[in-house]
Design a binder for this molecule. Structure first.
Ligand SMILES: Cc1cc2nc3c(=O)[nH]c(=O)nc-3n(C[C@H](O)[C@H](O)[C@H](O)COP(=O)(O)OP(=O)(O)OC[C@H]3O[C@@H](n4cnc5c(N)ncnc54)[C@H](O)[C@@H]3O)c2cc1C
Length: 460
């Protein structure tokens, strides 16, 4: 059943004609997100500009049982904002105002469509710091970051989006507007409902305002790159750094395939005769940074590093960091379809997991480049494939299954930051178990009786 003219005219009356897209050529860009091989045309796309509009749309959707899929910038990597058949895509990118920057309380109040980079820049402009830095931060919205509880390159030291959310305005599936959280550093009154909405992937409510915690800006930063002949040696170096009680703000790795693709793409001058590259950054007071950087360099050398390059200035630091920041784009050039995964294991199991991924690639005759957050065990095995090749896609899915099974067996998880959405839905019951699945289903039923919000995502 396509969306009827009555639905469209109601939506037009709520948000204005110019904020409703219905033509097929206008809908195509909203029929997919950053996830490979998933496509579905929506019934229409609606741009909201106020909380009241979001509320009215959800009230109407509830009355008519019309599905609503919330969308930020559509950079999600688990199919979270993929439309369901004949749904309303509610896009928040026009709700992009920074409403308040409170320097006394170190908070920022924003609308959900503000891009992550704009939040970081606005904080930096007054000498403050918003640490979460997903690789997509130039385009991803803060609403999407909250809904996915996104991480980033600085996650090891500074944590993920959840650690910076102090309050949320949420429109519940029946249209009621609720505020949860506040500017208090301490608050234990009742259940922490804001935490329920963080990472809920648009299934429990639509986030319309976010109160963010900011941090003081670190005084100094040092960036370095170390290369290793074996991944195990890189993992040993990471263990030694952590064991010496240094928590770098960035501790990322690239495998051989990724290093070669990045060098080919970005011409950074990376050494190519190695199996693993670590990108490391330490930040904080000048004296601490100097001491930690020297210690990290020494520990890398002691653990068999082939070469350690320490950035001499900001330009070189940005250049070295771009080796990691451009990894996905560099891999994406190599094959028609790039499937970026995010299996995550305890840090101690990282080298074992990387070896397993390599063996799985060999077994299924697939090309996989792996990079990721070495410091927090979050791996991004990236399949370089072609979705038109049915036989190869069957092998890709078999490899996925084996990789996630192994991650679970090693005490890890099926997703460290990209979410479940559609792509990981099949793996969630195996990971979560019966009791958690039952509780999650019950919670969703209580909040969204008519199954209006993001139906079919995370679980049925
Ligand atoms: C090149 C690249 C690099 C990436 N790097 C990282 C990374 O380092 N770390 C990381 O964690 N992720 C990363 N991602 C994944 C993605 O960017 C994040 O998940 C991001 O938070 C999604 O933001 P978005 O605005 O694009 O959301 P969308 O993709 O539009 O939506 C994502 C989910 O959030 C829901 N949603 C969006 N807005 C709201 C709202 N206001 N209220 C309720 N639900 C909402 C949607 O329904 C959907 O389920 C990367 C993606 C790409 C393409």
């Amino acid at each position: 059943m396509a969306l009827g003219s009555d639905v469209l005219s109601e939506l037009r009356s709520l948000v204005g004609n110019e904020n409703v897209l219905t033509l097929p050529e206008d809908l195509i860009p909203y029929s997919f997100d950053g996830t490979a091989a998933l496509r579905q045309m929506p019934g229409c796309v609606v741009f909201t500009t106020t909380t009241a509009q979001v509320s009215e749309i959800l009230k109407y959707a509830n009355r008519t049982k019309t599905p609503v899929v919330t969308r930020g910038s559509g950079t999600g990597l688990s199919g979270g904002s993929l439309p369901s058949t004949d749904c309303i895509v509610l896009c928040t990118v026009k709700m992009d105002r920074i409403l308040e920057l409170d320097r006394a309380n170190l908070t920022m109040l924003v609308e959900p469509g503000v891009t992550t980079v704009n939040i970081a820049d606005a904080a930096a402009a007054v000498g403050l710091f918003y640490p979460p830095d997903p690789g997509s931060m130039k385009i991803s919205t803060i609403g999407g970051n909250v809904a996915e509880n996104s991480g980033g390159l600085r996650g090891l030291k500074y944590g993920v989006t959840r650690n910076y959310v102090m309050g949320l305005e949420v429109v519940l599936p029946d249209g009621e507007v609720m505020w949860t959280g506040n500017k208090c550093v301490k608050d234990v009154a009742g259940y922490s409902l804001k935490d329920l909405f963080i990472g809920s992937e648009g299934t429990l409510g639509i986030v319309t305002r976010i109160l963010l915690r900011l941090a003081p800006k670190p005084q100094a930063k040092k960036t370095m790159v170390a290369t290793f002949a074996q991944m195990d040696r890189a993992a040993d170096a990471v263990s030694a750094i952590i064991a010496s009680q240094i928590i770098p703000c960035t501790l990322e790795f690239l495998d051989r395939t990724t290093i070669h693709c990045v060098e080919d793409y970005a011409k950074i001058g990376l050494p190519l005769d190695c199996e693993a590259l670590l990108l490391m950054e330490t930040d904080g007071p000048v004296a601490v940074v100097t001491e930690e950087a020297a210690k990290m360099e020494r520990l890398c050398r002691e653990n068999g590093s082939l070469e350690v390059r320490v950035a001499k200035d900001d330009t070189e630091a940005v250049n070295l960091a771009s080796a990691r920041r451009s990894a996905f784009a560099a891999l994406a050039r190599v094959a028609p379809t790039t499937i970026l995964e995010d299996a995550t294991v305890p840090r101690s199991e990282l080298a074992r997991m990387i070896r397993f991924i390599e063996a799985t690639a060999k077994k299924h005759q697939l090309r996989i480049g792996t990079f990721g957050h070495m410091g927090d065990g979050n791996l991004h095995p990236t399949f370089l494939t072609d979705e038109r090749n049915e036989d190869e896609m069957r092998r890709v899915h078999a490899a996925f299954e084996e990789i996630f099974d192994e991650a679970i067996r090693l005490g890890g998880t099926i997703t460290g930051e990209h979410g479940v959405g559609l792509a990981k839905k099949g793996f969630l019951p195996k990971f979560a178990g019966d009791a958690q699945m039952r509780l999650m289903r019950d919670l969703r039923r209580v909040l969204d009786r008519n199954a209006v919000l993001n139906p079919g995502k995370m679980f049925d």
